[in-house]
Design a protein around this ligand. Sequence first.
Ligand code: GLN
Length: 275
Amino acid sequence: MKAISRALADGARLLKASDTARLDAELLMAEALNIARDRLLLSPPERKTVPKRFWAMVERRQAGEPVAYITGRRAFWNIELHVGPGVLIPRPDSEVLIASALEHFEGIAAPGCILDLGTGPGTLLLAALDLWPKADGIGIDSSRRALSYAAANARRLGLDSRADFRLGDWAEGVDGPFDLILCNPPYVATDAELGPGVAEFEPPEALFAGPEGLDNLRRLAPEFPRLLAKGGIAAVEIGPDQAAGAADLLAIDGLSGRVAQDLAGRPRAILLTWV
Ligand code: GLN
């Protein structure tokens, strides 16, 4: 126990450039020991030595690599997703899309069919299918690599019979309507600053969307009226400074848009419903 707690403290010190140094060290240690983080904290294994792997992982983290690429996994809402280089890492910011959908369907019939545009490793679709056990869904992405992660995640979570992952160009060739549409498109402005390690390690095609970050929304906006079922909801992730521009783009043809905020209180999604 002593060896591990000492190594955790040393690891956290080595990672002090990270905002979440102690958490990073714990996640890496849990991975190195092949146990869950709560087990590491609640009943740490008695060991005299720390696996060498731990120090190798700390070194990668010191070089700025995201923890999720080092451990190969990331928790999101109620599930854990496997991820790796070439696929966008799920972020807690995106959980507001799921929370908003839950709120929308509270007390009414659960969504039957779900569409996730730009599904990446399956993040939003798989979290939603896990929440609504009778729903089916389609996840679209333009990256084969992302889709192979998504399909593997669906299998591992036992959701593959209800998740149909397709290579595609947004909603081209997709027939609606859907009760729930989830979409976390690339929305970062070309010259915007990103969090530490994001631009260096994560796939640019999952992040950037033209000079204002709105290129994908311009392309997607006309699709929602045909894709969204009456009584349904579409939750589209945005950057914190895009609320007004995105709402103008998306609230068309009888759709009304409202802004939802992330856990830090910043605008993070436009919620579209029929008026
Ligand atoms: N929220 C992400 C970031 O700023 C961007 C994700 C996206 O463009 N969909 O790191």
